[in-house]
Design a protein around this ligand. Structure first.
Ligand code: 8IG
Length: 281
């Protein structure tokens, strides 16, 4: 029989996630990962601060994963030992919906993390801010989302409730670590172009305050898998029309780079607090 593949629509995607989780367990020597993190633009330095690195696995060596074509993504999966004997899986290989490789690829990391044992998934991204006081470099908690991709990672008649998708409990933990953290509604556009000013105005009218190209689809898959989600955006730019000058990808990357050490410290403290909480439960 052929290996299960994400391209074979007759095979459920969880079959490939099971293969991936088994490969990860074998290559890292870690049977179970309790917390998974996807590190988006600006968040890459966090991995080294979380704990002791046990193993770094190339995405190509894990079924269903591939090296990202997007700069700022490392193309690796890293296993890290935390306090209390817990383990984190850091996913530096995100597939974006705009890559056009199908929504199964987009959420494969989430499904793999769930099979690997993750009870909590931390989804981070770089994004545009709609609130003018969120200057580039500001981290923001996601408290809900609006999915404008017209896609879903769920297949068939899978009716999943999305109330409190971005866990109130985990947001409270994050705000205990940093009481200055603001919250906002994340609006996922397909991209890869940035929005027009009119689209940003629409997003704001709809109740959005962050615009991005990832995370919402991943969060939906996490809910389906029963994994609790913490979502965080690094505002690297004001959304189009909120600032008077055009967006430049170079400026976005520079804002991410500048914020990286601060974000790494913040995320490490939040993950430690989540680990304390999981260990006590
Ligand atoms: I970084 O302004 C980053 N990612 N959709 N809009 C969208 N995605 C982004 C933006 C932005 N900045």
């Amino acid at each position: 029989m052929a290996e299960p593949s994400l391209d074979d629509l007759e095979t459920p995607p969880t079959a490939v996630a099971e293969l991936a989780a088994a490969a990860l367990a074998e290559r890292t020597g870690v049977a179970r990962h309790d917390i998974a993190l996807t590190l988006g633009s600006g968040w890459g330095r966090a991995a080294e601060r979380l704990g002791r690195t046990v193993a770094v696995v190339s995405a190509e060596d894990v079924p269903g994963f591939s090296v990202s074509g997007v700069p700022g993504h490392s193309g690796t999966l890293t296993s890290i030992e935390l306090e209390h004997g817990l383990h984190a899986l850091v996913i530096g290989a995100r597939t974006h919906f705009y890559e056009g490789r199908g929504v199964r690829r987009v959420v494969h990391s989430v499904r793999t993390a769930a099979v690997a044992g993750a009870r909590v998934m931390v989804l981070t991204n770089g994004a545009g801010g709609i609130r003018p006081h969120w200057t580039p470099g500001t981290p923001v908690l996601i408290d809900d989302h609006i999915n404008l991709t017209a896609a879903s990672p769920l297949e068939g008649a899978t009716f999943v409730d999305l109330t409190d998708l971005y866990s109130r409990r985990l947001r409270a933990i994050a705000r205990r670590v940093d009481p200055s953290l603001d919250e906002g509604v994340y609006v996922q556009f397909r991209g890869p172009h940035y929005e027009t000013p009119a689209e940003v105005a629409m997003a704001r009218t709809m109740g959005g305050s962050i615009v991005g190209m990832s995370t919402a689809l991943e969060a939906i898959a996490a809910r389906e898998s029963g994994v609790e989600v913490l979502g965080m955006s690094l505002i690297t730019n004001l959304a189009a029309g909120i600032q008077s000058t055009p967006l430049s990808h170079a400026e976005v990357l520079a804002a991410g780079k500048e914020a990286e050490p601060r974000l790494a410290d913040l995320l490490a403290r939040i993950v430690a607090a989540i680990a304390d909480d999981l260990a006590a439960a």
